[in-house]
Design a protein around this ligand. Structure first.
Ligand code: KIV
Ligand code: NA
Length: 269
């Protein structure tokens, strides 16, 4: 399994990092089998596998439940798990309790925290919890910022650069930048020592992350500009329709799928 030092070295050597989300045992197994560098158990699971409107509904228990399944499916991959909405920001004591619980119960390699919680990042770092910072578009704040591209003015761009530096100074081991202008993402990636993983942040970050269900068209209709589709799980619907029809018209199961073993005699009535 790669560790934080390996990921730092990859940045140093100019080797781009791949990250894909996973939410359960089979998706984690596939992501690991594909040789993806890191897995994110994202709170996007609220939409992709739980059917919520946004990530705001996702609980700490949800994250733990899914992350543990991911861990079983991908025992050899660096796993990052999201701190969900409400598990951060209430008070330092509650935040720390939640961070410790998530880290300890999931056996993830790092937790990810959205937004400007630099003191929390520092406290986690001090007790040994690796933290990935997530800045730019932070979907847990959808009620305030919506889903629009962030840091589009000079002032907000400077602010983001400053936040990125503060996250690194606080001890963050990686940074995720979501939905920001590519030039700014490039500059932040050059400025920081830690790996910067982009989503909707252009090609010049140190790595890229995409959502499993977006990449594979698996039960998702949303397609932000930054999503590239690499596969088609949507054909599952067609396959299930066929199963349904074959059951209805008595085609399934034919003898191929049947145990034809005589256990009772010819005259057993
Ligand atoms: O939850 C998630 O999938 C994420 C990525 C989009 C970075 O946080
Ligand atoms: Na997330």
């Amino acid at each position: 399994m790669k560790n934080i030092k390996d990921l730092m070295e990859m940045k140093h050597d100019g080797i781009k990092l791949s990250m894909v989300t996973a939410y359960d045992y089979p998706s984690a197994k596939q992501v690991e089998a594909a040789g993806i560098d890191t897995i994110l158990v994202g709170d996007s699971l609220g939409m992709t596998v739980l059917g919520y409107e946004s990530t705001v509904s996702v609980t700490l228990e949800d994250m733990i439940h899914h992350a543990r399944a991911v861990r079983r499916g991908a025992p050899e991959t660096f796993v990052v798990v999201d701190m969900p909405f409400g598990s951060v920001g209430a008070s330092m004591q509650d935040d720390m309790k939640n961070a410790i619980k998530l880290y300890r119960t999931t056996h993830a390699q790092a937790i990810k925290i959205e937004g400007q919680h630099f003191e929390l990042i520092r406290k986690c770092q001090q007790i040994g919890i690796p933290v990935v910072s997530h800045l730019g578009l932070t979907p847990q704040s959808v009620g305030i910022m919506g889903y629009s591209v962030q840091a589009q003015s000079e002032e907000t761009a400077r602010q983001l650069m400053n936040d990125a530096k503060r996250a690194e100074a606080a001890g963050a081991v990686m940074l995720v930048l979501e939905a920001i202008p590519s030039d700014l993402a490039a500059l932040i990636s050059q400025t920081l020592t830690i790996p910067v993983i982009g989503i909707g942040a252009g090609i010049d970050t140190d790595g890229q992350v995409l959502v499993y269900h977006d990449v594979l068209q698996y039960g998702t209709e949303r397609k932000p500009k930054f999503v590239k589709i690499y596969g088609d799980f949507s054909t599952g619907v067609q396959s299930l329709k066929q199963f349904h029809e074959e059951v209805r018209n008595g085609q399934f199961p034919d003898e191929t799928y049947t145990y034809q073993i005589k256990v009772l005699g010819e005259h057993n009535d």
